[in-house]
Design a protein around this ligand. Structure first.
Ligand SMILES: Nc1ncnc2c1ncn2[C@@H]1O[C@H](COP(=O)(O)OP(=O)(O)O)[C@@H](O)[C@H]1O
Ligand SMILES: [Mg+2]
Length: 249
């Protein structure tokens, strides 16, 4: 049995049959507003609170203050304290782009990561990260290097991406092949409101519950109803995932 890292997110660990395999790098995919950032913060927050795991949060949100505000508003009350005492290390957009030289800063961070004592890492988002490289060759180089280092450094990582769960997948990026798993967050319109779902599409070395499960975002973060009858993505009853035309099936 491989060692597992619990996300501590209600319902999610059960769908994952215990958690995420240690040292894995997992994509958290979904359209804007589906809860990717909250999931990432919750993963780091629970890590400190429940396991004493140190967490690194690389984010393109503007400042520490913005992030703290978001954390407090969702109910991660000890977030400021965890950041203050170094249990959670935040690199915000200002830090990442401080010298106007993203690859220079990144090289330094990657050096830091190679000798890190931290256990969990969240990159929010990989989509933004890739945008900072002008040429595709450099982008690939850093993506490969980054994911390599994550896996070698004892970190168990979540990387958010703006890819939606629309089928068929039109363009499958390199990141899908380099990572160990993909968890999709989905929001589908339902009358005047919307329904949220989580779908673990892929997880190497792990047996998972492969259906879609209903999810809620409330005070305290994400909550997944894994007791609800999940439904298959392959059946006819799969919901429409928003964003453009309803795909042909
Ligand atoms: N305290 C809260 N209670 C309920 N829902 C919330 C709360 N805070 C944020 N949300 C919901 O979470 C969504 C944002 O999640 P976020 O993680 O920022 O999405 P993403 O990173 O995927 O764009 C908002 O659109 C909002 O609907
Ligand atoms: Mg976000």
């Amino acid at each position: 049995m491989p060692e597992l890292v619990e996300t501590g997110i209600e319902g999610l660990d059960s769908i994952l049959n215990g958690g995420i395999v240690k040292n894995a790098a997992v994509l958290i995919s979904g359209n804007p507003g589906t809860g990717k950032s909250i999931l990432g913060m919750q993963y780091l927050y629970n890590g400190v609170k429940d396991h004493g795991d140190g967490g690194i949060y690389l984010t393109f949100e503007e400042s520490q203050a913005d992030i703290e505000e978001a954390a407090l508003s969702i109910g991660f009350e000890q977030w400021p304290e965890f950041v203050e005492n170094g249990d959670i290390k935040v690199y915000d957009k200002r830090t990442l782009l401080r010298d106007g030289d993203f690859s220079g800063t990144l090289d330094r961070i990657l050096d830091d990561l190679q000798s890190t004592d931290y256990d969990r890492l969240v990159l929010d988002s990989l989509t933004m990260f890739q945008l900072f490289f002008e040429d595709e060759k450099e982008q690939r180089h850093y993506l490969l290097k980054f994911i390599d280092i994550l896996k070698d450094s004892g970190l168990t990582s979540l990387l958010t991406t703006e890819q939606s769960a629309i089928f068929p997948e039109t363009e499958i990026g390199l990141e899908n092949f380099l990572t160990d798993g993909n968890i999709y967050l989905v929001q589908s319109p339902a009358g005047s409101t919307s329904n949220r779902y989580v779908w673990v599409a892929k997880m190497r070395k792990q047996s998972i519950k492969n259906s879609m499960f209903p999810m809620e975002i409330t005070q305290g973060g994400l909550k997944i109803y894994e007791q609800a009858a999940g439904f298959s993505m392959v059946g006819e009853s799969a919901p429409f995932f928003g964003g453009g035309e309803q795909p042909e099936r």
